[in-house]
Write a protein that binds this ligand. Structure first.
Ligand code: ATP
Length: 475
C-alpha cells in the first residue's frame, strides 16, 4: 500500500469529481499535517464543501485516492473514519440539555457512565461552558450552541475535525470571539482541524495553513503570511486582502516595467520581456514628494478608516488604492514609492493563447460580405468579411471584443465567470465555455461563479486561413 508523507494525517491524491457533467474538483492534491489548523478558503461554489465531504467519507470521488494516517480509505464509510464534522447548522437535540447533547454519541457507543461524565466535564471546560450541564440548549446563545456542537464532535476524540462554515450563522462580534476560541480549542485538544470558509480574514486569523481554492482547483497552499505577502497569482492576491493588481512586463531579473516606469523588484526567473501581473498592497505604498517618486498621481478620493486613510490615486489612467496615516486632500498631486521587496511579481493566470480558436465557415455570402461560423455548437453570423463555405479559420479576438450580452442573446451561452479582477483601469474577467477559457475586459463588476451569455465581436478579430488538416499547433 502506498504511504502518505510522514506526518500527514490526510492526503488527497489527484481527486476528480464531476456532477452532471460539470467538473467540480479538477485533479486536486492536498496533504494535511497532523495537529494542523488548515483552512480551505475560496469563493462560493469553488468546491470547498465537496473536498470536505470527500475527507469525511460522505462523497466518493470519481477518481483519485484518499489517505488517512498513511492508509488508503476510499470506500470506508464516515463512521469508520476517525473524523467528525461540525456544520454551520449545528443540529443539536433541542429536547436534551447540554450534558445529554454532548454525551449522546458516547451513550450510543455504550461507554461506561463514569467515563462519559469525566469526558463531558473535560470538554465543557475546554469549550468554556463549565456549569452549563443542565441548561437546555434552546436557552443558549448562538455562540454557546456552537460550542456545544464542537464539544459533541470532539468528545469522542477524533483525530480530525471537519468544520464547514461553523460560524456562518453568528453575528460579526460573536464570530470574532469564536475564532479565537476555536483556535484555542484546537490547541488544547491537539486535534487536526480542517475548516472551510469563504471569509479570508477568518482564514488568516486562525490557520496554520491556508488552502486557496478557485473553480475546482487549488491555487495556493501556504501560511497566512505566505498567501498574503506572496500570492501566486492575481486571483489569490485579489481574494486575500486589498491589493493593487496591475499589468506589467518583467524586463529581466529584478526589473519590471509598470505603467511605463522601470521599477526595481526582488523577483527573478520570469525570463525577459515577460507579461506579468504585479501586486502591491495599499499599505506598502509610501506617499512622497513628487520629485522623489516612482509614480505620480492625483488624489481622487479619501476615506478615513479609523486607523489610516484610504486614498484613491489616479496615475496614468490607473486607480491605485493607498493606505496611509498621512492624509492628502482630493485634488493633490502626490508621489508614490514602493520598496523593491513589496512589489510582488506573479505569472499571468490565463493560458498563453487566450481568445484563440479554430472554427469552420458553414456559409458565406460574397455579395453581402458576410459569413457564418460554427463554434462550440453555435452558429455565429459575421458581417463585414467574407470567407467561402468550408474555410477553416484560426481566429484571435482581443479582450475588448468580448462582452456579456445584456439582452441575453449571446453567441455562446452558459459561459462560466471564473474570476473578476480589477486591474487599475478595468476588470479582467476570465470565463470558461465548454471548450476553452476566455479573457475579457469590462468596466462592469460581473458576478463570479455565474453563467452568462457571451457576445463575440468578430469585427475586431484577426483571421488566418488554415489550409488542409488542422494540427494541434495551429490551435
Ligand atoms: P459554498 O461556499 O457556497 O458552500 P463551496 O466552495 O463549498 O461553496 P461546493 O459545495 O463544494 O462549493 O460545490 C461546488 C459546486 O458543486 C457548486 O457548483 C455546487 O452547485 C455543485 N454541487 C455540489 N454538490 C452537488 C450535488 N450533489 N449535485 C450537483 N452539484 C453539486
Amino acid at each position: 500500500m502506498k504511504q502518505a508523507k510522514n506526518d500527514m494525517i490526510v492526503s488527497l491524491k489527484d481527486i476528480f469529481v464531476e456532477f452532471d457533467g460539470e467538473v467540480i474538483l479538477n485533479h486536486i492534491d492536498l496533504d494535511i499535517r497532523d495537529k494542523e489548523f488548515v483552512t480551505i478558503l475560496g469563493p462560493s461554489g469553488c468546491g470547498k464543501t465537496t473536498t470536505l465531504r470527500i475527507i469525511g467519507g460522505f462523497l466518493e470521488p470519481d477518481s483519485g485516492e484518499v489517505y488517512f494516517d498513511g492508509r488508503k480509505i476510499n470506500g470506508l464509510p464516515p463512521h469508520k473514519r476517525n473524523v467528525n464534522t461540525v456544520f454551520q447548522k449545528y443540529s443539536l437535540f433541542p429536547h436534551l440539555n447540554v450534558f445529554d447533547n454532548i454525551a449522546f454519541g458516547m451513550r450510543i457507543k455504550k461507554m461506561p457512565k463514569d467515563e462519559i461524565k469525566k469526558r463531558v466535564k473535560e470538554m465543557l471546560a475546554i469549550v468554556d461552558l463549565k456549569g452549563y450541564e443542565k441548561r437546555s440548549v434552546a436557552r443558549l446563545s448562538g455562540g454557546q450552541q456552537q460550542r456545544v456542537a464542537i464539544a459533541r464532535a470532539l468528545v469522542c476524540d477524533p483525530k480530525v475535525l471537519l468544520l464547514d462554515e461553523p460560524l456562518g450563522a453568528l453575528d460579526l462580534k460573536l464570530r470574532k470571539n469564536m475564532q479565537d476560541e476555536l483556535k484555542q480549542i484546537q490547541q488544547k485538544t491537539n486535534t487536526t482541524f480542517i475548516y472551510v470558509t469563504h471569509d479570508q480574514e477568518e482564514a488568516l486569523t486562525m490557520s496554520d495553513t491556508v488552502v486557496v481554492m478557485n473553480n475546482g482547483v487549488i491555487e495556493q497552499i501556504g501560511s497566512p503570511t505566505d498567501v498574503y505577502n506572496e500570492p501566486i497569482n492575481a486571483f489569490v492576491a485579489d481574494f486575500i486582502g486589498e491589493a493593487n493588481i496591475i499589468n506589467a512586463v518583467m524586463l529581466e531579473d529584478c526589473r519590471v516595467l509598470v505603467l511605463g516606469e522601470v521599477l526595481e523588484c526582488v523577483d527573478k526567473g520570469f525570463g525577459k520581456n515577460t507579461p506579468v501581473d504585479i501586486v502591491i498592497r495599499p499599505e506598502d505604498i509610501e506617499l512622497v514628494e513628487p520629485s522623489q517618486a516612482q509614480l505620480i498621481g492625483e488624489v481622487v478620493d479619501v476615506t478615513f478608516k479609523g486607523v489610516h486613510y484610504e486614498m484613491t490615486i489616479m496615475c496614468k489612467g490607473c486607480e491605485w488604492i493607498v493606505h496611509s496615516t498621512e492624509c492628502a486632500a482630493v485634488g493633490d498631486i502626490v508621489g508614490m514609492k514602493v520598496i523593491p521587496f513589496n512589489i510582488q511579481i506573479m505569472n499571468k493566470m490565463f493560458p498563453k493563447s487566450y481568445n484563440e480558436f479554430v472554427c469552420s465557415v458553414v456559409a458565406g455570402d460574397e455579395a453581402e460580405n458576410t459569413f457564418t461560423v460554427s463554434l462550440e455548437g453555435s452558429e455565429i453570423d459575421v458581417k463585414g468579411h467574407y470567407f467561402p463555405e468550408g474555410t477553416r479559420l484560426h481566429v484571435v479576438l482581443p479582450t475588448d471584443a468580448l462582452s456579456i450580452a445584456g439582452d441575453g442573446e449571446g453567441d455562446l451561452n452558459d459561459v462560466y465567470i471564473e474570476s473578476v479582477i480589477f486591474k487599475g483601469e478595468h476588470n479582467e474577467i476570465i470565463l470558461e465555455s465548454d471548450e476553452q477559457k476566455w479573457l475579457m475586459q469590462s468596466d462592469v463588476d460581473e458576478q463570479v461563479a455565474t453563467y452568462v451569455p457571451l457576445k463575440l465581436d468578430f469585427s475586431k478579430a484577426r483571421y488566418t486561413v488554415l489550409k488542409g488538416e488542422v494540427s494541434a499547433d495551429e490551435i
